[in-house]
Design a protein around this ligand. Structure first.
Ligand SMILES: [Fe+2]
Ligand SMILES: [Fe+2]
Length: 316
């Protein structure tokens, strides 16, 4: 496979090279939101319909902080672990230009971690709302899944985790930069991040195409059966976080549970996960991942297969 450097314009275009740090404007906070309300499903619940503005903003500020914390742990804790190894040829032998792009992504992700940390501090200072810096549930889920893989497969499994995370399409990346009801500083940071991630998406698609033919047939099956679990870990909503947000605005534990149960019907959660994973599933489909019955069954078990064949054919 020939590889044309996807990030050849990196020196002039990457956020770290071309865009200034972003600042929140405090005086916008009285009329704009810190996060798009449409992205927070529970806000549509009848029990929250008359929610006072400051409590609504509190839920949105925490949702933003939750996203920033998620991003920070993903970039530093997972993606940079993988691109470090790709840059140094630890996992698989890569062409030199692919390794150089891995170095570039390493820099991007380190800078994204700094950006999100910086905006998180600004949100805390502006709102007084303290938020957790602890690793979110997805991080522990992924660590557990990797710990269960045999030693000889761990590096390749971690590479598959990064391929999944970097090819998912975030609804938030599409929504927030265009949302004029959200404060400009947040829109700018998300827009900067989304810009770089579009390149990473292309890079990891190429990595998958390059690397997967080099796996043995048994490795393909063992790793293929884990892919749906990785997708699910990244995309399943953080119910515990949202439950605590609802209690913090004064709902009883039982009412908060009711709001969560009403807002996240399992069929809708599964549909949303399939939508966010559409590009990743398409990549796997095009490369025959679902041709193996065991792998297809593993995807079906997490409801990642229904409609898939048709969707992929439509978009292929
Ligand atoms: Fe990133
Ligand atoms: Fe990335």
């Amino acid at each position: 496979m020939t590889y044309k450097g996807i990030m050849s314009a990196w020196s002039s275009k990457a956020t770290v090279r071309s865009r200034p740090p972003r600042q929140l404007s405090w005086n916008e906070l009285s009329e704009k939101w810190l996060y798009s309300p449409e992205l927070v499903t529970v806000l549509n619940h009848p029990l929250l319909s008359g929610l006072e503005r400051h409590l609504r903003q509190q839920i949105l500020a925490k949702s933003l902080a939750n996203h920033l914390n998620f991003t920070n742990h993903l970039e530093h804790g997972i993606v940079n672990q993988v691109v470090f190894k790709l840059a140094h040829n630890y996992v698989i032998d890569l062409p030199v230009e692919m390794r150089q792009d891995a170095y570039r992504i390493y820099v991007d992700e380190a800078y994204h971690s700094l950006l999100v940390s910086d905006i998180q501090i600004q949100v805390e200072n502006a709102t007084g709302i303290k938020t957790s810096n602890s690793p979110p549930p997805f991080y522990w889920d992924i660590q557990k899944l990797i710990s269960e893989v045999p030693n000889e497969l761990k590096e390749k499994a971690l590479l598959c985790v990064a391929i999944v995370s970097e090819t998912l399409i975030s609804k938030l990346f599409e929504k927030i930069p265009k949302d004029t009801f959200v404060v400009q500083g947040v829109r700018d940071v998300i827009s900067d991040h989304a810009f770089d991630e579009a390149y990473h998406h292309q890079y990891f698609k190429q990595i998958f195409k390059f690397v997967s033919p080099q796996f043995t047939e048994q490795e393909k099956i063992d790793l293929g059966c884990l892919l749906p679990k990785y997708i699910y870990s990244f995309l399943v909503p953080d119910f515990g976080f949202m439950h605590s947000c609802l209690i913090d605005i004064g709902l009883t534990r039982d009412r908060a549970t009711r709001v969560i149960n009403d807002s996240y019907h399992p069929a809708n959660v599964a549909r949303d996960i399939r939508t966010a994973a559409a590009a990743t599933l398409r990549l796997f489909y095009r490369h025959g991942v679902f041709d193996n019955d065991r792998i297809a069954a593993a995807f079906a078990e997490l409801e990642l297969l229904p409609e898939l064949t048709q969707t992929c054919k439509t978009l292929a």
